[in-house]
Each structure stands twice: as C-alpha cells, then as structure tokens.
Design a protein around this ligand. Structure first.
Ligand SMILES: O=C(O)CCC(=O)C(=O)O
Ligand SMILES: [Fe+2]
Length: 381
C-alpha cells in the first residue's frame, strides 16, 4: 500500500503562521470535509494528515474507556451538607482529572438542540456557501473558518474542519473592525449560539465560585477576574468527518486549551475525546448527548498556582461516523493581567503574572506542541 500518493486538488484553507526563523509563511490546507466528500481511497491517504505511527493489525496502543466524574450543579446550589460533599467531589475531579461532566446544569435541552441544529446546518453547506457566509477577522489569530493550528509546513494536520468566533465581549463597532465572522446561514446560527453562551455562562461563573470555595478561598477569588463586560468568550465549532484511516490520522492533535475554563458539548460520534491520565490516554465515555464537559485550561492552571492542572487532550478520528463539538472558551478580559491567586492551600508561587492576550497569542503561535509546553511561558524558572 502506498501512503505517499497525494490527493487530487481540493478546496483549501489558506493559513498563515510565523515559522521558527520568525518569518511569516502561508500554507494551503485541504479542507478535510471536502476530502471526505470526495471519498478518498484507503490507499491514497494524504501524507500531511498522517499523525500516528502505523500500528500492526491487532496491536492497538493501550487506552482505557471511562466516564469522568459527574458533578451535580443542583447539589452545588443547595445550602446543606449535600453542597459540602459535592464541593469536595468537585475539587477532587478538577485536581485528579482536570475534566468533569456537569448534570442538572439548567441549560435546557431545547437550547442545546438548537445549537446542534445550527452547527450541523452550517457544516452541511457547500464549501462555497460556507466561505460566502462567514466574514473574516482582520487581525485576530485562529479566529474564523478553517483557521487550524499550524506552525510549520511539515507538521501533521488534524482531521477536522472548524469555525471560531468571538461571542463576548460584543464590540459595538464589530462591522468596522472586521469582526463579523458569524455565519449568515443557517439564519438563526448566531442567535442559537448566543442563547447557549448566555445560559451556560451563569453555570461557569457559579463553578468559578465553587472552585474557589473548594480551596477555602474567598468565593470571588477567581470570579473577580472575570469582569462581566470585558471577559472573553470564544466559541469554536468543530466537525470531524468520517476518516478512511483512523489508525493514521487524528481528529484534534494533542493540546491543552489556553482558556481558563472550557465548556464542551459533543454530538454525533462518542468515544472520540481522549484525555491524558498518567501516561495513558483515557477515552471519555459520556452518558448522554446533552452532557456538558468542563475542562481546566492553562489560564486557570496559572490562577490556581498549579493546584488545578490544564488538561492535555486529543480527539481520535472515527472510521464511519461523523462527530461535532462546540468548545466554549471562557477567559478573563484580554488586556487584564492574571496570576496566582494567593491564599487558601495554594503552594508557593511557581507561576508568574501574564497578560491574558499575550499568553493566548503565544499559545497559538507555538501550537501544536508535542507535549504540554505552552504553560512554560507562565512558569517561574
Ligand atoms: O471535539 C472535542 O471534543 C474537543 C475539541 C477541542 O479540544 C478544542 O476545540 O479545543
Ligand atoms: Fe481543546
């Protein structure tokens, strides 16, 4: 079998990056959804998408399937001993796993269903329609349609098509600032996602308070850095088409999120998201379609002085099923400076203060990295 035969020319995304010599480079990345649509032959799998070493048949690398801890938001909102117990479970989940599910979160099924429908609707459009219906950011890295993580021409590419938008803060001059990224089709795309963002923001704010209390800090120790009008919410919608070679390609390359907290909704194929625990990948098994996943990002690792570690995670490509996800990244204001929150049982300072937008832009600039390296930018050496 040859894996070196290149694909026929297909639609491409143009992606710019700064290479190791500091030079601005542009590369064309085939649109994965279009490759999948063309029905690529198994033995013509494009070289640039080979991310995994070939494994001999029957010799699959070890991985465990498990459901992460489930945190009951209703219990956290009660005011009796149930809350104390759930707070301890929350602290343990955030420390031991860096990821947990939330139930009884109060975001109605209807709101989630609307989000799923508009995301599916967007990816069902032809490539030309997608391009014609999304705007472009003039200067912001990794925002927009098809802006993948690229820092060199010879790195493996992930088997994904994605669209990233800024949901907050709302810029009153967004039209003149070139921020009109929201697709015009499906017609209710922005409305459905903004509704979801508004509802789930309350849940995340509550969790920021609970996480502080679980460390015996003042309940606003983290939340006070999330000024309501200036805090940033970025929404990334991901589409993973079926992949002819899931043994060679990867849906999303391993990474940690730059965010403080990430809220993730997946639909379509399950058992694709993997998180690193010890030296092994654990495949997350989510009990139902409307579970929401929360994971710790780099900025929260810094704020918690490493008590909570950001999650190293990846998404496996699937052979016959498509998968969608919506990742919602919650950050303090771009221009603000954050650092370890002192007090409670935080260890001595090992992280320094960083300006949020500088941290995030460095994260994007050096990603993808083979191991968790973006956080070293904030480490006291
Ligand atoms: O699709 C997923 O489950 C995860 C996506 C993800 O990790 C990301 O967009 O940062
Ligand atoms: Fe992620």
């Amino acid at each position: 079998m040859s894996i070196n035969v290149e694909y026929n020319s297909v639609h491409s995304h143009e992606v710019s990056f700064i290479d190791q010599n500091g030079e601005l480079k542009t590369t064309m990345i085939p649109v994965v959804q279009e490759l999948a649509r063309q029905g690529l032959m198994n033995d013509h799998f494009p070289k640039r998408f080979i991310a995994l070493p070939p494994t001999p048949p029957g010799n699959h690398p070890a991985s465990i399937v498990n459901c992460p801890p489930v945190i009951d938001i209703a219990k956290l909102e009660s005011d009796d001993a149930t809350r104390e117990l759930e707070l301890r479970r929350l602290a343990e989940a955030a420390k031991e796993w860096g990821v947990f599910l939330i139930e009884n979160h109060g975001v109605e099924d209807m709101v989630l269903d609307d989000v799923k429908n508009v995301v599916k609707g967007f990816f069902e459009l032809s490539f030309e329609e997608k391009k014609a219906n999304v705007g472009s950011y003039k200067s912001v890295d990794n925002m927009g349609y098809g802006k993948n993580f690229v820092n060199s021409e010879d790195q493996p590419l992930d088997w994904i098509d994605r669209l990233t938008m800024k949901a907050a803060p709302v810029d009153p001059d967004e039209a003149t600032n070139g921020l009109l990224i929201w697709p015009k089709k499906p017609a209710n795309f922005r409305q459905a996602i903004e509704k979801y963002v508004e509802k789930s923001r309350k849940v995340l704010d509550g969790l920021l308070q609970d996480l502080a209390e679980s460390l015996l800090l003042d309940k606003n120790a983290f939340l006070q850095h999330f000024e309501p009008k200036q805090s940033e919410i970025k929404v990334r919608v991901n589409y993973y088409p079926p992949c002819p070679r899931p043994d060679l390609a990867i849906g999303t390359l391993p990474h940690s999120d730059a965010s403080a907290l990430t809220l993730l909704l997946e639909f379509g194929a399950t058992r694709a998201l993997q998180v690193q625990r010890g030296n092994l990948w654990t495949t997350l098994e989510l009990p139902n379609d409307n579970s929401l996943v929360v994971n710790i990002g780099d900025l929260f690792e810094i704020m918690s002085n490493g008590v909570f570690k950001s999650l190293w995670h990846q998404v496996r490509a699937q052979a016959d099923v498509e998968r969608y996800s919506l990742a919602y990244f919650y950050n303090p204001p771009a221009k603000s400076e954050i650092g370890p929150v002192v007090g409670g049982d935080s260890a001595e300072e090992t992280y320094k203060k960083v300006v949020v937008e500088d941290y995030v832009s460095n994260h994007y600039k050096i990603s993808p990295t083979p191991s968790k390296e973006t956080i070293t930018y904030a480490k006291v050496i």
